[in-house]
Design a protein around this ligand. Structure first.
Ligand SMILES: C[S@@+](CC[C@H](N)C(=O)[O-])C[C@H]1O[C@@H](n2cnc3c(N)ncnc32)[C@H](O)[C@@H]1O
Length: 199
């Protein structure tokens, strides 16, 4: 690792269990749009491990140099230059994408941004395409672990617009955009991958 690249220990820890699920779910050749790529660690790791996927990371403009640094060092033919995409403000890339992937974003985004995220995902996903969303989620108003409840309280204390989202709210939002629940996959540290398929 070179010192000019941003690094998040959490992204290092969760990349292995997430990758195991992406291997199972993102089976066919296709284009992936990653939203909120953060440091760029996930993009570099997943593109290297899943060469049948054409990986397009994106994030808000401030994070693009870091994502580009990981891409440059990875030097992979299937890892594309990062796209500027603030889901509320920027033009979305041209679809169709067979897959959209996003990790740890919807508890950071305010709800209007979460709404814009689902609307945009539905627009760019190919028919039959999958949206995989990783993170901590509540279920029918109940946190799945005390640590998630504490995390939720900390987020809301920091910014009342942030917070751990409830699966029911996300499913309702997804349904308004033609995205049907496909699977809920439990992962370590009380996180999950929620999968929706565009009908
Ligand atoms: C907690 S970080 C997660 C980063 C990375 N996906 C990971 O799991 O390590 C949250 C990410 O959401 C992105 N984000 C927040 N608001 C956004 C918005 N309106 N549009 C696009 N990305 C946004 C941030 O820029 C940041 O990269």
């Amino acid at each position: 690792m070179t010192s000019d690249k941003p690094y998040a220990p959490a992204a290092e820890q969760n990349r292995t269990p997430i990758l195991a699920q992406l291997r199972e779910q993102f089976l066919a050749y296709g284009r992936v749009l990653e939203i909120g790529a953060g440091t760029g660690q996930h993009a570099a790791h997943f593109a290297a491990a899943l060469p049948h996927l054409d990986w397009h990371p994106s994030d808000v403009v401030e994070n693009l140099p870091g994502v580009e640094a990981w891409r440059r060092d990875a030097a992979l033919p299937n890892l594309r230059p990062p796209l500027q995409l603030d889901v509320l403000r920027d033009a979305w890339p041209e679809g169709p994408f067979e897959y959209v992937y996003s990790a740890n974003t919807v508890h950071i985004m305010h709800w209007p941004a979460v709404e814009a995220l689902f609307a945009g995902v539905a627009r760019v996903l190919a028919p039959g395409g999958l949206f995989a969303l990783y993170g901590p989620f509540a279920h029918d108003g109940v946190h799945t672990a005390d640590s998630n409840a504490r995390f939720d309280r900390a987020l809301r204390a920091q910014d009342p617009g942030m917070g751990v989202r409830d699966r029911a709210d996300l499913d309702a939002l997804a349904a308004t955009h033609g995205l049907q629940p496909e699977a809920v996959i439990d992962l370590p540290a009380n996180n999950q991958i929620l999968l929706w398929r565009r009908t």
